[in-house]
Ligand binder design. Structure first.
Ligand code: CP
Ligand code: NVA
Length: 473
């Protein structure tokens, strides 16, 4: 079902309306709507027109002729013409038919062309018939990111290869990012870190953007860094703890999503079941950010890669050893590291290896010769590694298996002895919270090789960068 207008489509209607007022018209007709659509050279509608051989300047000049002179006046009460109502209805129908959650300028253009009035006749006279416009849109749509969570209007920049492509996107997995986007987020994260040190503000939304933070599980780092990050960006964070929403219990996940969609600009959710994130995404049109699920923890990986880059000066060619559970943190780490050329060798007990599907995706996405290896021997993984990473043996949600896991994982503890088998300047990493004495000893966690607090600090910078890129200026 089509939902709200994209920012560009809303701006097009607004500009067309203002222009009709300036021209002293008493009706806001389809030709005014088309005039508004043409004002933004980056609109998808303009790309469609170019694809069917219609130059924006030529159409603008012809429309000016059709609409008449600018009288500099203004009608008392400008009415939406029946033709425009019809064009808008057709635009919404077009978006719905294409299973698009948004109505963009591309749908407005098709709506105007289908409406059949003088604007449609002008379009057709230049070769922009409904059929040709639809074919152009089909062709443009197939060039968008596969599985993209965003409306086409918002992902147009994807084709331009710039960071605009993140605008309006949901980030449920590290695999939702391209290597270029990931690199771009890390670069922005460093800019945010530097700006904060110098008390400079890079983004000030002045309360115009808001983030609902939904937590089904406990959190320190994720909650503090998202809430503080939103405040530092001039946005409004709304934190909803496990007892408040009753996600899927008090109210269905879909209903929660549809309500939040009407109030806030984005949602970050920490959930037990990754499917809950998919449902939140399916039932809303706003960006959904994975703040940890049973399958992935992408925000953690952003901070981790930033910390590694800070300490090692590069990611390309690094070798990261994982010791312990093949869990959510490892899944995201494998995907992110491989995309930026760093290899991961994970030592997990038999039966606790990472999901083979995610291992395959990480291998497919790997750049610069990066490899992903899964072994069962911690010493094999750590030998010569530039970083040694571990996480708790019992993740949130797996408490019932705690006793069994403690027995299975006993040999997967990072000790000074294990660290000494890594490369001479190897760093120790942990997403935290740590269970001291279980997966890591105090000597390693608090030792000179440990960068765990850099990782934690970077959650703030990396998530600010992510939010700024997803939510825009
Ligand atoms: N690393 C991490 O996500 O920490 P929290 O569980 O405290 O948010
Ligand atoms: N694997 C851990 C990470 C906590 C940040 C968990 O899911 O509980």
């Amino acid at each position: 079902m089509a939902g709200r207008l994209t920012e560009r489509a809303a701006a097009a209607i607004h500009l067309g309306y203002e222009d009709a007022e300036r021209r002293g018209q008493s009706w806001f007709g389809p030709a005014n709507l088309l005039w508004g659509v043409l004002q933004d050279p980056k609109a998808v509608a303009v790309a469609m027109l170019e694809a069917v051989g219609v130059e924006r300047a030529v159409l603008q000049a012809r429309l000016d002729g059709l609409l008449g002179a600018d009288h500099g006046g203004g009608a008392e009460q400008l009415q939406l013409s029946p033709g425009t109502r019809r064009a808008l209805e057709l635009a919404y129908a077009e978006a719905s038919q294409r299973s698009c959650k948004y109505v963009g300028t591309e749908h407005l253009l098709v709506g105007v062309a289908m409406e059949g009035g003088n604007a449609a006749e002008l379009l057709a006279s230049l070769g922009a018939t409904v059929d040709r416009l639809r074919a152009a849109l089909d062709a443009l749509e197939t060039r968008t990111a596969p599985g993209s969570a965003a409306p086409y209007e918002e992902v147009k920049g994807w084709m331009d290869g710039d960071m605009q492509s993140l605008r309006g996107r949901s980030i449920l997995s590290m695999a939702d990012l391209t290597p270029e986007q990931l690199q771009g987020i890390l670069q922005k994260a460093e800019e945010f870190r530097q700006a904060r040190l110098e008390a400079r503000t890079l983004v000030d939304w002045k309360g115009r953007k808001s983030l609902a933070l939904l937590f089904e599980k406990a959190s320190l780092r994720t909650r503090v860094t998202f809430e503080l990050g939103m405040r530092e960006l001039g946005g409004v964070p709304i934190v909803l703890g496990p007892a408040e929403v009753g996600l899927g219990k008090r109210e269905s996940v879909g209903d929660v999503a549809r309500n939040l969609d009407r109030w806030v600009t984005a949602v970050a959710a920490r959930v037990f079941d990754h499917n809950t994130l998919l449902e939140l995404h399916r039932c809303s049109s706003i960006p959904i950010i994975n703040a940890l699920s049973d399958i992935e923890h992408p925000c953690q990986t952003l901070a981790d890669l930033q910390a590694l880059q800070q300490r090692k000066g590069r990611l390309d060619g690094l070798r990261i050893a994982w010791v312990g559970d093949g869990n959510n943190v490892l899944h995201s780490l494998m995907l992110g590291a491989a995309m930026l050329g760093a290899s991961v060798i994970a030592a997990c007990p038999a039966g606790y290896e990472p999901d083979p599907k995610i291992v395959s995706v990480a291998r497919e996405r790997a750049r610069g010769g990066a490899t992903i290896e899964i072994v069962n021997d911690p010493e094999q993984a750590v030998a010569g590694a530039d970083a040694v990473y571990t996480d708790v043996w019992v993740s949130m949600g797996a408490e019932a298996e705690a006793e069994q896991r403690r027995a299975v994982f006993a040999a997967f503890r990072v000790t000074p002895d294990l660290m000494s088998q890594a490369a001479p300047n190897a760093v120790f990493m942990h997403c935290l919270p740590a269970h001291r004495g279980e997966e890591v000893t105090d000597a390693v966690l608090d030792g000179p090789a440990s960068i765990v607090l850099d990782q934690a600090e970077n959650r703030l910078h990396a998530q600010k960068a992510l939010l700024a890129l997803l939510l825009g200026p």
